[in-house]
Write a protein of this length. Structure first.
Length: 308
């Protein structure tokens, strides 16, 4: 059930946050899980099958967080590249788990066909605190652009830059949760000194395609595969999902590059942002993890079938 949020307790009505409010917000949240245990241990377990690259380190207070990419060991420069990203928003658990599940279980099926780059947890500080924003109250998934403020985005952009022009596909794995309405969107309104306007969370899996590069066949191949795992979100009474007109079953469009979404990072031919709703009574966290891995596998299979 989606609940109505109480007034956000930090900041003053109509006034954007400054350094004091950001520090107050940061002090109000605590570490709830450990990226080293949940993520890094799996990454290291996969080191026999992937080259484990560290593309940067985040230093927040007294804590440091290495940032890892899994790179195909049998890298072949003659092959196209596919990228999978998870945990751009740290609280979206199935994005991290789904990326790791794909790497561990499914990635070997693409040996000799694709070079893979998998960044399973782009925002480990936020992962540990089950938060959308990074340490500085910045949304990494609005920062994949030249003036982006999140270090998480800047470091991944720098890593990807030498590979641009060679990407066939990029799948960025996300969730939409009840906490979007109860916590994160109210916090955004408070941070920016704007009124909070309630929204509706779609009940089910959906995809965000790129307005500037729509790939309807790619999106629908993913939707058809995921529908065998969990339910697909239906349009609201206005024919919208998340306030955007539905383009086809379970698919909306965003101008991903202008907004600074991670899906615009690689310039790949086939891109998508996945969204599952783990709070639905019609699914489970396990099915959400499986839906994410299934989406990656189905998307890459479709991309490989297309003429190049």
């Amino acid at each position: 059930m989606q609940s109505s949020p109480a007034p956000f307790p930090i900041g003053t009505t109509g006034g954007p946050w400054g350094a004091a409010e950001r520090a107050q917000w940061r002090a109000s949240i605590t570490k709830r899980r450990d990226a080293a245990d949940d993520v890094n241990s799996v990454v290291q377990r996969l080191a026999s099958r992937f080259e484990v690259l560290t593309y940067g380190t985040l230093a927040y207070g007294e804590a440091t967080f290495p940032l890892f990419v899994l790179k195909s060991r049998a890298w072949n420069d003659a092959l196209p590249i596919a990228m999978v990203t998870g945990g751009v928003h740290g609280y979206e658990t199935s994005g991290v788990a789904g990326a790791l599940r794909f790497a561990e279980r499914d990635a070997s099926a693409f040996d000799g066909q694709l070079n893979l780059l998998i960044a399973p947890c782009v925002s480990p500080w936020a992962y540990e605190r089950v938060q959308r924003w990074n340490h500085d109250a910045v949304d990494p998934n609005r920062s994949f652009k030249a003036d982006g403020a999140a270090a998480e985005a800047r470091l991944l952009m720098a890593f990807v830059a030498p590979f641009r022009g060679r990407f066939l596909a990029h799948l960025d794995l996300h969730e939409t949760t009840d906490s979007d309405e109860s916590e994160f969107r109210p916090a955004l309104a408070a941070r920016d000194g704007k009124p909070f306007v309630p929204g509706v969370i779609p009940d089910g899996f959906y995809l965000v395609d790129d307005t500037a590069n729509p790939q309807p066949g790619f999106q629908q191949a993913i939707i058809e595969a995921v529908a065998k795992v969990t339910h697909i979100a239906e349009a609201d009474e206005k024919g919208h999902l998340i306030g955007e007109p539905i383009q086809s079953r379970g698919v909306v469009h965003y101008d991903v590059k202008s907004v600074g979404l991670c899906a615009g990072l690689t310039g790949a031919r086939f891109t998508t942002t996945t969204e599952v709703y783990p709070d639905s009574p019609r699914t489970t966290p396990e099915l959400c993890n499986e839906a994410q891995a299934t989406a990656v596998r189905a998307g890459l299979e479709f991309a490989l079938r297309q003429p190049r």
